[in-house]
Design a binder for this molecule. Structure first.
Ligand code: GNR
Ligand code: NI
Length: 174
């Protein structure tokens, strides 16, 4: 397994629309394992393939607490079927928008149709953080970041900060 580099904003690749996967084969499973390892090493709870530069509609997730047993989840070609009218607010962060957090409102429940690690068709009724996270990751597949929901001013402040961080040669990237 390999830990990949996570792309950060501003980077045009993050704005690409990812393509559906034709078949869940060994190549896709290798990618899912690498994504999961990359996500764990960055201490995230979800990751979309485009965040490591691969425009495929693949998401990995693990919402278990650090002292609990790992609970990896894999979603290939996820489609959100039913979104609840009711909204929930979570403070969101993103591995591609490092160090920035904002409260975002999204439907508090959703139904997701997807293929699992073995390519089997599944349906999941998601609520709470799971529902939020799936919607956050699906946004990545469509080239969207959580900062796109903020006001123009807030968004531009965040992008400026991130650009500065990137250009600073003193920044140590481990
Ligand atoms: O690690 C992450 N935490 C998080 C918190 C609230 C809402 C969404 C997320 S996803 C994020 C990892 C990430 O960037 N996934 O794309
Ligand atoms: Ni993200």
């Amino acid at each position: 397994m390999t830990i990949k580099t996570i792309l950060t904003e501003p980077n045009k690749i993050l704005r690409k629309i990812s393509e559906p996967v034709e078949k869940v084969g060994d190549e896709e499973r290798k990618l899912m394992k690498d994504m999961l390892e990359t996500m764990y090493s960055a201490r995230g709870i979800g990751l979309a393939a485009i965040q490591i530069g691969i425009p495929k509609r693949i998401i990995v997730m693990d919402l278990s607490k650090e002292d609990e047993k790992k609970e990896p989840r894999y979603f290939v070609n996820p489609i959100i079927k039913n979104k609840n009218e009711e909204l929930a607010t979570y403070e969101e962060g993103c591995l591609s928008v490092p160090g920035q957090f904002a409260e975002i409102q999204r439907p508090n429940k959703c139904e997701v149709e997807y293929l699992d690690y073995d390519g089997k068709k599944k349906i999941l009724h998601a609520t709470g953080l799971l529902a939020t996270c799936i919607q956050h990751e699906l946004d990545h597949c469509n080239g969207k970041l959580f900062i796109d929901y903020l006001s123009k001013l807030k968004k531009s402040i965040i992008i400026k900060k991130l650009s500065k961080q990137k250009n600073n040669p003193d920044r140590i990237v481990v």
